[in-house]
Write a protein that binds this ligand. Structure first.
Ligand SMILES: Nc1ncnc2c1ncn2[C@@H]1O[C@H](COP(=O)(O)OP(=O)(O)OP(=O)(O)O)[C@@H](O)[C@H]1O
Ligand SMILES: [Mg+2]
Length: 258
């Protein structure tokens, strides 16, 4: 299952959520690959304090094989990074090799998480086009709300029932997250005539900020911290969602056969 982590707005916590969700899924025993699809400002490897030997750009330039792209992290999941430093290759060529890498990632993992950049440019649309689910990382700020809404509106104009799910980051309580999600869903319902399921929240956590500064993964060091529990619950919710999707697909297939 491919899940794109997205938001429209910059700095909402997409990379943080993508890296920690990968860590949480791996801790629950699920084979996971995290693909850093932020081609221009990739930073999953920095956040995780990992130094992959090879990158997608190396693969594009014929310096390594497809298999070698999959860097095994300390957290027990694979990481695929676009480049070392600034990207020198054309994006179109990178997106083409990303397709091949995604194919391989799917073959070797139960979950492939795509960390996307802000905005609505080619890598975001590439990720949304390939994902089975887009997890929208929402903050309870007007700019974040309007950017996420704009992203969803853009996609719904092309695919009205695109599978979006919502999570709220950086809140002080579960109640606050639920209120932010409900307000957002009411806007989507009113203007786009559909609903977006709510998947959970991650609390604002000063310990998380400190861990980022030390290039530590908080979920690994303090699995019981408030934000770690949020990441864990999000992973559980994703597993549940996948199980529901599978049983619905099986039902449809059985109905077709009957
Ligand atoms: N739940 C949280 N608690 C504390 N700090 C947070 C939380 N979520 C995000 N942050 C802060 O926000 C910063 C930005 O997060 P992150 O890099 O994941 O955002 P992003 O959406 O990936 O940004 P970009 O759009 O630039 O890719 C983090 O480095 C961290 O300092
Ligand atoms: Mg990011």
């Amino acid at each position: 299952m491919i899940v794109a982590i997205t938001s429209g707005k910059g700095g909402t916590g997409k990379t943080l959520i993508a890296t920690h969700l990968a860590e949480a899924l791996a801790r629950l025993g699920h084979r996971t690959t995290l693909v850093d699809a932020d081609l221009d400002l990739a930073n999953c490897a920095v956040l995780l304090n990992e130094t992959p030997r090879w990158t997608l750009e190396d693969y594009l330039l014929g310096r390594c094989g497809l298999e070698e792209l999959f860097h095994e992290t300390e957290g027990g999941f694979a990481l695929l990074s676009p480049s070392r430093g600034a990207l020198a290759s054309p994006r179109e060529a990178m997106l083409e090799v990303l397709d091949g890498a995604l194919w391989e990632a799917q073959a070797r993992s139960e979950f492939v998480l795509l960390d996307t950049p802000a905005g609505l440019e080619a890598p975001v649309l590439w990720a949304l086009d390939r994902a089975h689910l887009a997890l929208v990382v929402l903050l309870g700020e007007p700019a974040a709300v309007s950017d996420s809404y704009r992203l969803i509106k853009h996609v719904c104009a092309l695919v009205p029932d695109y599978p979006f799910a919502l999570m709220v980051n950086g809140v002080d309580s579960a109640e606050e997250a639920e209120q932010v999600a409900a307000r957002f869903d009411a806007i989507v319902e009113r203007f786009l005539g559909r609903s977006i399921p709510y998947m959970g929240h991650v609390l604002y956590d000063p310990e998380l900020r400190q861990a980022i500064q030390r290039q530590e993964v908080l979920l690994r060091r303090a699995p019981q911290s408030p934000s770690s529990l949020g990441f864990h619950a999000l992973a559980e919710r994703l597993l549940h969602w996948r199980a529901e999707l599978q049983s619905r697909t099986e039902e449809l297939l059985l109905a077709k056969e009957a």
